[in-house]
Write a protein that binds this ligand. Structure first.
Ligand SMILES: [Mn+2]
Length: 395
């Protein structure tokens, strides 16, 4: 039996205000093609389907369209769970009738203990939860108050949950788990998460491979790069799209999905997804960036660019709108940073408490910090006009 493993679609996500929806649709079409070519028996989406709990209408329409194509038109069974970005309640709407077309969706902890029974495989789907959810669940299960109180970290909760899942194991079948957490190779090590959840909130980073050793294979979401997979059977598929500049900076970080073959042996095959629009990171000085010999070698007007202007001396470019200049050459500039060669920002005095300043004064201080000069009379007037309009609109 063959499953396609993907995760962290984050439909509706933006990159510095630029919508990634077209990128996500492009990736989705490739996932569908891979599923067809490989004739998979099902598609696993391991959480963070939407980017936010209340997705915007475009995101909802786009996702509905994708799932319809996969499930209703192409008849692929879907095994999906919610991640920390999804709203469990909103996402689960329609769950009962979706089962009729083999669209299995778990968003609540209690749903985990009823596996999907296939001929040779049991699929357990454990959505993202926090320790409080586990306390509520175990309280309702009649666990001693004392023991319920002892569920403090996600680690505590996971130990109980896995013990209960194992009680449902059919010894004649393979046991697959789909879940959405950070799992590290061992207790002492922590990995640099390319996921946005880098903190240890709720003991997120404390799960270890040891806890999942009874499963034949674990398909995970949460960390956006497959290179964070802790071992050969506990895997992150990574997100299908690059979401930030940090990821674009790492060369060779191709995105894709896993095809997992579950037979006597379990094997995995990575299938790459190519971006529609590439994200190129440039770190050069101003003259190089504007040098025709340099920029004609770049995919200008096709890719998106994140540019850091090195050794930048603002005083030499007073008359220049550097952003529009770069946009004219490169097209879409999703991020623009300056590395100053003189007074760096960190050397400046940041002790002013901006809550003491008027809005106009705050903008001028900011202007001064970035541009190393006072705004002109005309610019000051413009700032004032804008604030007047904002104030009027708020009344
Ligand atoms: Mn995610």
């Amino acid at each position: 039996m063959k499953l396609l493993h993907t995760a962290d679609w984050h439909i509706g996500r933006t990159l510095n205000g630029y919508s990634l929806l077209n990128e996500q649709k492009h990736a989705f079409e490739q996932i569908l093609t891979i599923a067809r070519d490989e004739q998979v028996d099902g598609i696993v989406i391991a959480g963070d389907i939407y980017d936010r709990a209340v997705p915007n209408p475009e995101a909802v329409t786009a996702l509905t369209d994708m799932l319809k194509k996969m499930n209703l038109e192409n008849h692929f069974p879907i095994y999906a769970i919610s991640g920390n970005h999804d709203s469990a309640t909103r996402l689960s709407s329609g769950r009962e009738w979706m089962e009729y077309t083999n669209f299995h969706l778990n968003t609540f902890l209690e749903e985990t203990f009823t596996p999907i029974e296939l001929d040779t495989v049991q699929i357990f789907m454990l959505p993202f939860f926090d320790p409080l959810d586990a306390r509520v669940y175990y309280h309702h299960q009649g666990l001693d108050d004392e023991k319920v109180k002892n569920i403090v970290t996600i680690n505590d909760a996971m130990n109980l949950i896995i013990k209960d899942i194992i009680k449902k194991f059919d010894p004649n079948k393979r046991h697959i788990l789909i879940t959405h957490f950070s799992v590290t190779p061992n207790k002492d090590k922590e990995i640099d998460l390319t996921s946005e959840t880098t903190s240890k909130v709720g003991g997120l980073a404390t799960l270890t491979t040891e806890q999942f050793k009874d499963f034949d294979y674990v398909m995970m979401g949460h960390i956006h790069t497959r290179f964070a997979s802790p071992n050969k059977n506990i895997r992150y598929s990574g997100s299908p799209v690059k979401f930030n500049i940090k990821e674009a900076r790492v060369k060779g970080q191709s995105k894709g999905v896993d095809i997992v073959n579950i037979d006597d042996e379990i094997t995995r095959d990575f299938k790459p997804i190519t971006p529609k629009t590439d994200l190129i990171v440039l770190e050069e000085n101003w003259d190089t960036l504007c040098d025709q010999n340099f920029y004609t070698k770049q995919p200008v007007k096709e890719a998106w660019f994140a540019i850091t202007v090195k050794d930048f001396d603002r005083s030499e470019h007073v008359q220049l709108n550097t952003r529009s200049e770069l946009e004219q050459i490169y097209g879409t500039v999703v991020e623009l940073n300056y590395e100053s060669n003189s007074t760096s920002l960190s050397q400046q005095d940041f002790t002013t408490d901006i809550t003491d300043l008027s809005p106009e004064k705050t903008v001028s201080e900011f202007f001064q910090t970035i541009m190393q000069e006072q705004p002109s009379h005309q610019q000051k007037q413009l700032i004032e006009t804008i604030f007047n309009e904002v104030e009027r609109d708020n009344k």
